[in-house]
Design a protein around this ligand. Structure first.
Ligand code: ADP
Length: 226
């Protein structure tokens, strides 16, 4: 199932801070492909991820997941879509501070209504793959920013989403770890056939990506008003 934005415009803020974050952006992301979304800070990468994941409604335009315009779904339908089909990894990790690394994953699976069978061993496997085998029973508030984000990656992968949206996954980790994380994201994308979009400044991600989309070109392509 592909993801396509058609003529998407998003304005953010009010009054003097009102900004057109995306202006008539059209772009398609294919399944089984990891796309690196690049461009200077402020070029709209995070906004595009939010619109793609039904966290933000555009002012105009369509956001097609398959042939369904997810921008037009009711709030309840959007919440269900986010829970069941979309995996997000934000820079903050969005973890529950009182839970251990392993519990973060198991809680997410339970909230998403996944059968518990096999979840624990799969969760341990994924945490090991992101280099956290020695941190399974540490609480999120006892871990570093980079470790928290790696938990968020493992959590997103556990649920095998159709759409995987990742913001700067390698910003807080060393180079060797960065390459490992990108390989994990790319491998999962190819195996499960999901659409993966990674906002990044990191050449390591660009190199491993199946495709690179430059936000500044998308904006330029929107015409003289961009
Ligand atoms: P990036 O992720 O590429 O750094 P963003 O999507 O965060 O870009 O931001 C796109 C533009 O929208 C920027 O010009 C930013 O300043 C602006 N922006 C982001 N959030 C808000 C907000 N809440 N109110 C007003 N403008 C915002």
């Amino acid at each position: 199932m592909s993801l396509e934005l058609r003529d998407v415009t998003v304005t953010l803020g009010r009054g003097e801070s009102r900004t057109t974050a995306l202006r008539e952006v059209s772009v398609r992301f294919a399944p089984s492909a990891l796309t690196a979304l690049v461009g200077p800070s402020g070029s709209g990468k995070s906004t595009l991820l939010a619109v793609a994941g039904a966290l933000l409604r555009p002012d105009s335009g369509q956001v097609l997941l398959g042939d369904r315009d997810i921008a037009r779904l009711s709030s309840a339908e959007q919440a269900r879509l986010r829970r069941e089909r979309v995996g997000y990894v934000f820079q903050s990790g969005n973890l529950l501070s009182g839970l251990t690394a392993l519990e973060q994953l198991l809680a997410a699976a339970s909230i998403a209504g996944r059968p518990p069978r096999g979840m624990r061993s799969r969760a341990e496997e994924l945490l090991t793959e992101v280099g956290l085998a020695h941190r399974l029973r540490h609480r999120a508030d006892e871990l570093s920013g980079g470790e928290r984000q790696r938990i968020a990656i493992a959590r997103a992968l556990l649920l095998e989403p159709e759409l995987l949206l990742v913001d700067e996954p390698t910003a807080a980790v060393d180079r060797e770890r960065a390459a490992g994380l990108v390989d994990l994201l790319a491998g999962t994308t190819h195996r499960h056939g999901c659409v993966t979009v990674v906002a990044t400044h990191d050449p390591v991600v660009e190199e491993a990506a199946d495709r690179v989309v430059d936000m500044s070109r998308l904006r330029a392509a929107a015409g003289p008003r961009a």
